[in-house]
Design a protein around this ligand. Structure first.
Ligand code: NAI
Length: 451
């Protein structure tokens, strides 16, 4: 008898398993594919690997000469970019396998069939456990008419491609859509992005989306916002798509079409048969417990915030509760990180969602930052939102190089209720991009020195 059986070895499941084992529990993990789940194998890690190649290539093309670096015949080799991606994925996978061994976690490779809250079948083995942790993740959403088009791609297919297409139409200008548009356009693929809502990256503020849109357009990307793809038909040279835009219909022929309109939780009939309450995904309380005693659900399968870092924290929360250490998830400061050029990162409340009479908002432009100038970077900003009465930081949005790293200062502030004054009084090193954040904070407290 195991203390816990975890189904799915993605960021939610593998972290929960390790935490449980660290607390001395006997743990089995069932994974039908590779450890690491979508994030390691078909998501975060491979995208960032190929984006690193694309970013370096683009930087060389765009900046080398001005920085005094003489290069001749800068080019790229897509098969080597893929080699790099595969090596990084493999190393990450091996790392998780190593951690399983180190912590005495038993890994069963195969499809788990849940028989009861205490019993799971995998191939010819029956695993019995006191607790069941469901971490089966999500799959890309495909709906009509796109699901009937032969050879249409989702993000999963991008990582399998053998060569770069000449042109792609990306349906959905959300996180996956814009990261893929950044990758393809950086490597000279002709890209069209179609977004249903008013602007790409609709979950972020419009000013952030505008900077990304400007940079994509500079790379030749055509962006259609408030637009819809109404049909996709295979044609001689790929696919012929009809796009309904604000200004009427237009036709686009591209070699590939990628659908990136969101993901949906993966919940098998065996799991449903447990009598779990399901709404978008498996419903849980803040301890990650479902309505069925001793059954926990974590990560994308909950259908809530589908981010690897949220999944990992949910894994830890479930594990601690199983170990008798009461813990609750706190979603007040979830950083969002988008690996476009420039990068976009945000945390806490957004300007678009806040009543302006209750807050102070200040945006400091990247152009006024010395370190950014040394890097030939000028497009972006750091924006902070603070409560106008208490001065507490409620949210922040950063657009610029390394925004995905810089966001942590703001995340710590939001999570811990720090005030703008407390951040301002913290010495920021010079010359660094973090001074862009300082500029915004100074603007909230009083006036920024460097503007
Ligand atoms: P998403 O929800 O971020 O974006 C989907 C986009 O498609 C939305 O902007 C939506 O308005 C649009 N859309 C929906 N139907 C459409 C239609 N018929 N025509 C045109 N546009 C349409 O989902 P996405 O990008 O597929 O990502 C899936 C999940 O993976 C998300 O939860 C995302 O947060 C996560 N992810 C996170 C990353 C990161 O944190 N850097 C990277 C990649 C994925």
């Amino acid at each position: 008898m195991y203390d816990a059986v975890v189904i799915g070895a993605g960021p939610a499941g593998y972290v929960a398993a390790i935490k449980l084992a660290q607390h001395g529990k006997r743990v089995a993990v069932v994974e039908k594919s590779f450890v690491g789940g979508t994030c390691t194998n078909w998501g975060c890690i491979p995208t960032k690997a190929i984006l690193s190649s694309a970013h370096l290539y683009r930087n060389l093309v765009e900046k080398a000469s001005e920085l005094g670096v003489i290069l001749q015949n800068v080019s790229f080799d897509f098969s080597k970019i893929k080699n790099h991606m595969n090596k990084v994925v493999m190393a990450s996978r091996k790392g998780i396998e190593y951690l399983f061994k180190k912590n005495g976690i038993e890994l069963f490779v195969g499809e788990a069939i849940v028989e009861s809250p205490n019993s799971v079948k995998v191939q010819d083995k029956k695993l019995e456990a006191k607790y069941l942790v469901i971490a089966t993740g999500s799959v890309p959403t495909l709906f009509p008419p796109f699901d009937e088009v032969p050879g249409i791609w989702t993000s999963d297919d991008v990582f399998k491609m053998e060569r770069l297409p000449e042109s792609v139409l990306i349906i959905g200008g959300g996180v996956i859509g814009v990261e893929l548009a950044t990758f393809f356009s950086s490597l000279n693929v002709k890209v069209t992005v179609v977004e249903l809502l008013e602007h790409i990256l609709p979950n972020e503020d419009a000013d952030a989306a505008q900077v990304v849109a400007k940079s994509l357009k500079k790379k030749g990307v055509e962006i259609y916002e408030s637009s819809k793809v109404v049909s996709v038909q295979p044609s001689e040279n790929g696919y012929k798509s009809i796009i309904e835009t604000k200004d009427g219909q237009l036709e686009k022929v591209t070699e590939r079409v990628i659908v990136a309109v969101g993901r949906r939780p993966k919940i098998g009939d065996d799991v449903k048969a447990l009598g779990l309450s399901i709404e978008r995904g498996i419903k849980t309380d803040e301890t990650m417990l479902t309505n069925v005693p001793n059954v926990y659900a974590i990560g994308d399968v909950r259908g809530q915030i589908m981010l690897a870092h949220v999944a990992m924290y949910e894994g830890v929360t479930a594990a601690e509760n199983i170990c008798g250490k009461p813990a609750k998830m706190d979603y007040s400061a979830v950083p969002s990180v988008i690996f476009t050029e420039p990068e976009v990162a945000s945390v806490g409340i957004k300007e678009k969602d806040v009543d302006p009479s209750t807050v102070k908002i200040f945006s400091f432009p990247l152009m006024a930052n010395g370190r950014a100038r040394t890097m030939l970077e000028k497009d972006g900003f750091a924006k902070f939102i603070a409560d106008s009465k208490t001065g507490r930081i409620l949210g922040a949005m950063i657009v610029g190089p390394y925004a995905t790293e810089l966001i942590m200062e703001a995340a710590i502030a939001v999570r811990n209720g720090l005030t703008a004054e407390q951040l301002e009084k913290t010495i920021h090193p010079h010359p660094t991009l973090s001074e862009t954040l300082l500029g915004a904070i100074e603007g909230i407290v009083d006036k920024p020195i460097h503007l």
